[in-house]
Ligand binder design. Sequence first.
Ligand SMILES: Cc1ncc(COP(=O)(O)O)c(C=O)c1O
Length: 457
Amino acid sequence: MNAAQDLRAADARHHIHGHTNLRSHDEKGPSAMVVEGQGVWITTDDGQKLIDGFSGLGCTSLGYDNARIAAAAHEQLSTLPYAPTFYGRSHPKVAALAERLVNLAPGDMSRVIFQCSGSEATDTLIKFLWARNTARGEPDRRTFITRWRGYYGNTVASVSMSGQPHMHEKFGLPLDGFVKTETPNYYLNHIDGETEEEFSQRMADDLERVILDVGPDRVAAFAAEPMQSGGGAIKPPEGYWPRMQAVLRKHGIHFHVDEVVCGFGRTGNRWGSETWGLEPDTVSCAKALTAGFFPMSALMFKEDMYLDLQANADDVGVLGHGFTYSGHPVGAAVAMETLDIYEEIDLVGHVRSVSPGFLAGCEELLDHPLVGHVGGVGLFCGIQLVSNKATRELFDPALKVGQRVQDHAHDRGLYLRAINPDRISFMPPLIINAKEIAEATRRLKGALDDTWAELNA
Ligand SMILES: Cc1ncc(COP(=O)(O)O)c(C=O)c1O
């Protein structure tokens, strides 16, 4: 065995991978061993070069090499590699980042707390809302409403908030007090003849039904991504968000917007909230906050929520919460440099300029016999594979059609992400250029052709 084979064997033998079929990993080893990246391209240990069609996991907004971010991280590692943020202690980079981020945030945010992951941001949200409701004399306002197919993380509480049954099964989850409303997948779930607006009204009615079932005064929040990502890149249908927000306002329900994927340009605006006119009470972000170069997330909220937390801290003595690596100096330095770069290269403007070509290329895939629906915005597109376009019937899951497309795409040099049920979430790094988009789409079309030929063989 050569060194690369040794490492593959070590990985198969010892390394547990999340969201992976463990038996297949044991038998076959890693499906890719990525050794380096440049621009939107990654290279595997066998020398194959692939275009990254899902931005790592939606985080590598600036691609895989960036001398400025590397230099900012190096500078911070050489100056102050670590500093706690407990006990009121701080450091310059996190103070600057806090001010910058709340000023950029959608809505009237004034406070921010940092974590290392989106999951921890969700967990912090849950705890802080429970705590602020206690401060307000509403300790029973504890239930979280989210949508089926939503993805908010993997800790015990954040996965309870997520609406992905395979992440609950066998874990004895979700916890009590995390309830779900419908997912706005118009294409798969609309009734024949129902318009998008009518479907959106049905979604809003279901949200209201859930709120009334729980009791409006027991609902801590409704939390949602502007466009569902882990659920399969599901673009909200016409009229969806105005109707959903009207229900939230009617019942005085706190609205948390998870910008972990949509934030920093993915949908063609800095925030998904801007794209769909959302009015969040709290906001979380992560991933592109540091362009994926360092694990960091942020939870932002308004002054009134802060004052409630402060009242609790007056009673207890402190805010009884925090993580060792909250506001890590290297993460803060990387985030500051990343935000500088976003502004200097006008990343949002770039996404807007390449988005029409990207979406048109995706739409052309509708001619393919496997593709039932395509829906996207910015550089974010969901592609639904179906066995029958007329009836919108899905494939037998045993055929693993999405997985086949993912595998064929890999063979053709496109790193892709298939999500059940047989959806492709196509979301390349935000710096991708028109030529690379055309090449990625050509490879995706080839992978669909390969899959079609294989199914018909
Ligand atoms: C919308 C959204 N929120 C939260 C998370 C959780 O983030 P993390 O994996 O950093 O814990 C994810 C992860 O993909 C996500 O897509």
